[in-house]
Design a protein around this ligand. Structure first.
Ligand code: C2E
Ligand code: MG
Ligand code: MG
Length: 405
């Protein structure tokens, strides 16, 4: 390792002995700009100093005054843009829960270390870390403003990517899910989690959805004309379901593109609590009457997934990827996955498993008898132009790797 001297590391642990020990280990790895703190309060003072934030924080979870979880909340409030390592003497499940929390706050988590910290474990964690060039990561993370996004929508900087959905039984490509990206003039390809929330908060989500829908339907038309019959899914925000003319707009767009509603899937995610469900309910019911397919996305992660399932006539249920990847080897995930699958079966709804990443996930779904799936194991979202070529590769893979035997 070279040039580690410049990387600023904050070390926070209430035990002086641990501070000394881990400090020594870091020094041996070539990190010399390490600042130790024995309380959250002292560390926060340092964070607020003009010298700015460190690139990495090693954080003990168990501290008497301000514990590690509370400290994370203060980091979030300060838009901490560096990386984090959690340290604790608690058991693995507790560390996993804390890790989930950190990731939910979109803080980059390098991993967690069990006490007593071994030099090998620390070295392994830091070896896979690429410290950011100073000043870079913060700029990249800065939320985009409403005006920038409004201009991007108007200037056609949003592009649709498409991820295949395949049948688990025979590997057939049944459709694609449209996933929007922002081709930013200077920042490169920006992912939806960086701007969908901004669009929702600033009244831009209707414009965004219209652009995505229009482009997706035009694309589906092209594929259809080229002999590729694919169902096309688009993501619909709950905020789109606040304007009563949404159903008419979607119906008109489908008719203009010459695509039958049964070939169009509207994936609805519940991202926040809705005080009044009457308008969304009316819009979704009208869309269903017009024979559009309704899908409940990220199932199991919302505030009221079950209530939605009760009230809205969904055709498809997407089991969230947090219950899918690795479910074969984890009894908790497995139980949640099985009960979701069973629930959908009882209701006569098609089931999609999101986020399969490896062969073990695929084989698990084949055993479980799920209908459709999508995930990096099959394909990452891709530009429209790549799809036909990808299908050829996939069909070859099905044979060569004997995926559906
Ligand atoms: P989603 O609808 O649940 O889409 C699935 C997300 O999981 C996509 O992320 C996809 O790239 C990712 N994914 C697919 N396979 C795998 C896998 O095997 N492993 C992992 N780790 N991830 C996988 P993406 O494209 O970043 O989109 C994130 C979310 O942004 C979407 O979640 C959706 O809620 C939202 N979104 C995307 N496009 C639109 C849009 O046009 N309108 C609205 N309102 N929301 C959108
Ligand atoms: Mg989706
Ligand atoms: Mg999802």
């Amino acid at each position: 390792m070279t040039n580690n001297f410049a990387v600023r590391i904050m070390l926070l642990d209430d035990e002086p002995l641990m501070l000394k020990l881990i400090g020594r280990l870091l020094e041996n790895l070539g990190f010399t700009a390490v600042s130790p703190y024995s309380s959250g309060a002292a560390a926060l003072v340092a964070l607020d100093a003009p010298s700015g934030q460190p690139e990495l924080i090693l954080l003990d979870l168990n501290m008497p005054e301000m514990d590690g979880i509370e400290f994370v909340r203060h980091l979030v409030q300060r838009n901490y843009a560096g990386s984090l390592v959690l340290i604790s003497g608690e058991d693995e499940r507790m560390l996993q829960a804390a890790s989930k929390l950190v990731q939910a706050h979109k803080i980059e988590l390098l991993g967690h270390l069990q006490k007593p910290v071994s030099p090998e474990a620390l070295t392994a964690l830091l070896a896979q870390w690429r410290p950011p060039a100073p000043g870079r990561s913060r700029a990249a993370r800065a939320a985009y403003g409403a005006d920038t996004l409004r201009a991007a929508i108007a200037n056609g900087e949003l592009v649709n990517y498409y991820q295949p959905k395949v049948a688990v039984a025979d590997g057939r490509v049944v459709g694609v899910e449209t996933l929007v990206r922002w081709r930013h003039p200077t920042d490169g390809l920006v992912f939806p989690d960086q701007f969908i929330g901004v669009a929702e908060a600033h009244g831009l989500i209707d414009d965004l959805t219209r652009v995505v829908l229009h482009d997706a339907l035009a694309q589906a038309r092209d594929w259809c004309d080229a002999g590729l019959a694919l169902r096309i899914a688009i993501n619909v925000s709950m905020d789109n379901l606040a304007a009563l003319d949404f159903a008419d707009h979607v119906a008109a767009a489908a008719a203009a593109a010459g695509i039958a509603p049964v070939e169009i899937v509207l994936e609805v995610t519940e991202s926040r609590l809705m005080a009044d469900l009457r308008v969304p309910l009316e819009i979704l019911t009208r869309l269903r009457l017009k024979r559009f397919r309704l899908s409940i996305d990220d199932f199991g992660t919302g505030h009221s997934s079950l209530a939605q399932l009760r009230d809205i006539p969904f055709d498809e249920l997407k089991i969230d990827r947090s219950f899918v990847h690795g479910a074969h080897g984890d009894p908790t995930l497995r139980a949640i996955f099985d009960s979701n699958l069973h629930l959908a079966r009882e209701l006569g709804i098609e089931v999609v498993a999101e986020g399969i990443e490896d062969l073990a996930d695929w084989e698990f779904l084949r055993r479980a008898g799920c209908d459709l799936t999508q995930g990096y194991f099959i394909a990452r979202p891709m530009p429209a132009a790549d799809l036909a070529g990808w299908i050829e590769t996939w069909e070859a893979r099905l044979r060569v790797e004997a995926l559906v035997l």
